[in-house]
Design a protein around this ligand. Structure first.
Ligand code: GDP
Ligand code: IMO
Ligand code: MG
Length: 443
């Protein structure tokens, strides 16, 4: 069967921790979109791993696949693999031949365009990894795929077509100097060598075929979503979004496993008990102005600084309309709520229950970002819960959680229309209250 893990909000909900938790019962962990813009954290017995491209099942020794929906920077992939090997892990990662390659010029273009957009406050606050420009070339049918790196002649043809165009954009549109990132010869030399290394290390795969065969043999696949629903290119707060589909549909188009197969499995939405945001754009429940101190408290306690860029994350109360939207788009069969411990010991806990827009109450997100910016949150207040020994609670189970925390969780589950499968009460694998293992549910 398959289990799909999806971010319900704006990324950084703690997806890595859940992939690690349930990865124990998976045979293969598959990323279906995004690239090294992701930063997923796994903590095992106090040992912390930050993973960008290597699927989070690596900590448990599971095969990791980067599906066709991913964009892959081979330089960062090899660096990450080397670092993990130095730390004693033995990651087995295979990359779909159909996945697209982030080329050095994509990163340069990402930086230039963000800079250009910032004059009009249109920049998304990207991670600068070249994600958008790479997906742009994929859709424009001028991208370079992993399979192209295995054939020097094909790679040369592709580069000779695309690189002069990219150079012209930099020089003629933006009036800047194009550097070595735009040199066909040196790109060809480097990426032929990368193709050879991928081949020698057995790292390329026809992912759809491979996964289909493994499923037929009765194996379990865990699809690891990156980013989150509200930064989905189609369902998020465009244009302050990433350029892929983190929502559950992406698990099918991004891997070559059919939507009926994904739909027969479990789809778990990962929810952070409040909001964090590393990018730009509106955020109706943001804790700013008079609430800045509260935001600082949560930011420090929750360690809310970007995994990839180190930027301080913006903080807000949880936004329930955003979750209703996420649950519908992905068809959640369950949710996992993380960071409950971070909200402990506060004077009050609130969430955005609905919005007020033009005097009307709205239960879900409007379709345009500009209308979303006009929404005033209707806040609902909950009794706060105290600090407790979270590790002990994780061992004892759901009923051991403070009563006020359970009230908050039960409310969320009702509003989202999906049962709670897990509650995160700390970063470590052992600091999770597990109610349901989705691999053990009959589909
Ligand atoms: P991801 O991108 O969704 O995998 O999330 P990140 O790894 O970027 O950010 C989540 C951060 O919170 C990481 O530092 C995790 O170790 C940590 N974390 C995950 N779950 C919990 C939790 O329940 N409580 C606390 N305090 N930290 C958590
Ligand atoms: P994980 O998987 C949070 C945000 C960026 C920016 C927008 C576009 O760790 O949850 P991009 O570099 O993708 O073109 O940037 O998306 N963003 C993330 N925010 N978590 C992530 O990943 C993110 N990946 C991208 O901050 O606003
Ligand atoms: Mg992250």
């Amino acid at each position: 069967m398959t289990v799909t893990i999806v971010g319900s909000q704006l990324g950084d909900e703690g997806k890595g921790a859940l992939v690690d938790l349930w990865g124990g019962n998976a045979d293969i962990v598959v990323r279906y979109q995004g690239g090294d813009n992701a930063g997923h954290t796994v903590v095992e017995n106090g040992e912390e791993y930050k993973l960008s491209l290597v699927p989070s099942g690596a900590v448990r020794g599971k095969i990791g696949i980067l599906g066709n929906g991913c964009v892959v920077n081979p330089r960062t992939l090899f660096d990450e693999l080397d670092t993990l090997r130095d730390r004693g892990l033995d990651p087995d990662v295979r990359v779909a031949c159909r996945a697209h390659v982030i080329m050095p010029y994509h990163r340069v273009l990402d930086g230039i365009e963000e800079e250009e957009k910032s004059d009009d406050d249109l920049e998304a606050g990207t991670t600068g990894r070249g994600i958008g420009p790479t997906y742009e070339d994929k859709v424009g049918r001028r991208g370079i795929r992993v399979g192209d790196l295995l054939d020097p002649d094909v790679l040369r043809d592709r580069l000779e077509y695309v690189v002069p165009q990219k150079r012209a954009v930099v020089e003629d549109v933006f009036g800047m100097d194009a550097g070595e990132e735009f040199d066909v010869e040196s790109l060809h030399e480097e990426f032929v060598a990368i193709g050879r290394r991928l081949e020698e290390e057995g790292m390329t795969v026809n992912a759809g075929d491979f996964l289909g065969t493994r499923l037929d043999a009765g194996e379990n696949l865990l699809f690891e979503g990156a980013q989150g629903t509200s930064i989905d290119i189609d369902h998020g707060i465009y244009p302050y979004v990433t350029s892929s589909n983190p929502t559950a549909g992406g698990a099918s188009t991004g891997t070559g496993v059919g939507p009926t197969v994904v739909g027969r499995g479990e789809v778990v939405g990962v929810v952070k008990a409040y909001l964090s945001r590393v990018g730009t754009g509106p955020l109706p429940t943001e804790l700013d102005g008079d609430d800045e101190e509260l935001a600082d408290y949560i930011r420090e306690k929750g360690g809310e600084f970007g995994t990839v860029t180190g930027r301080p994350r913006r903080i807000g109360w949880l936004d329930v309309p955003m979750l209703r939207h996420a649950a519908r788009v992905s068809g959640f069969t369950g949710i996992a709520v993380n960071h409950l411990d971070v909200l402990a010991g506060m004077d009050t806990v609130k969430l955005g229950d609905a919005y007020k827009l033009d005097g009307e109450r709205m239960e879900t997100m409007p379709a345009t970002t500009e209308r979303w910016a006009d929404c005033d949150p209707i806040l609902k207040e909950f009794d706060p819960w105290p600090e407790v020994d979270w590790s002990a609670v994780a061992g004892e189970g759901y009923d051991a959680l403070p009563a006020a925390a359970r009230t908050y969780l039960d409310y969320l589950s009702d509003e989202v229309g999906a049962p709670i499968y897990a509650v995160g009460v700390g970063p470590d694998r052992a600091e999770t209250v597990e109610l349901v293992d989705p691999f053990e549910r009959d589909a």
